[in-house]
Design a protein. Structure first.
Length: 142
C-alpha cells in the first residue's frame, strides 16, 4: 500500500515534468564576448482608431526601457517603452527595404540607442542606420 504523502509527491513530480507555459515574446538581452545585443520582437499593429502625432524626439533612448517595437512604414519603426511612451525611429535614406517582420537586433555601444550611430539589423540579413527619433502622441480619429 502506498502512503498518501508519497502519492502527493509523485503527482507533484509529474506536474514538474510537464512543458512550461509558453513565454510571450519580449526584448531579450544577450551578451556575446562582452558585447550587448538586444533582440526586439515586432508586435502587431494597434487599433486603426488611433492616429499618432509626431513631435520633436530625443537623440537617444535607454536600451533597458524598450519593451518592444511595431512597424510603422517602409523606413520607420515605432519603439514602445516600458512606461508605454512611443518613439518613431526613421532610417537613413539609403536603407533598402528590409524585412523586419521577424524582429530585429540592436547592438548599442553604451546601453543607449542613439540616432546617427546605431544600426538596426534584420534577422534575415541587412542593416539600416537610425537617422532620428520622433516623439509620438496618441490622438483618436473621428
Amino acid at each position: 500500500m502506498i502512503p498518501l504523502p508519497i502519492f502527493g509527491l509523485f503527482s507533484a513530480l509529474l506536474g514538474l515534468a510537464a512543458d512550461p507555459p509558453a513565454e510571450p515574446q519580449a526584448v531579450r538581452r544577450m551578451v556575446i564576448r562582452d558585447e550587448v545585443i538586444l533582440r526586439i520582437p515586432i508586435r502587431p499593429r494597434m487599433s486603426p482608431a488611433i492616429e499618432w502625432k509626431e513631435g520633436k524626439g530625443p537623440r537617444c533612448l535607454d536600451a533597458d526601457r524598450i519593451a518592444g517595437a511595431m512597424l510603422s512604414g517602409r523606413s520607420s519603426i515605432d519603439f514602445v517603452l516600458r512606461d508605454r511612451r512611443r518613439y518613431r525611429a526613421y532610417m537613413d535614406s539609403e536603407c533598402p527595404a528590409i524585412d523586419f517582420y521577424g524582429g530585429f537586433y540592436l547592438q548599442p555601444d553604451d546601453e543607449r540607442i542613439c540616432a546617427k550611430r546605431e544600426y538596426i539589423r534584420s534577422r534575415v540579413g541587412g542593416d539600416c542606420r537610425i537617422e532620428r527619433f520622433r516623439t509620438l502622441e496618441p490622438k483618436l480619429k473621428r
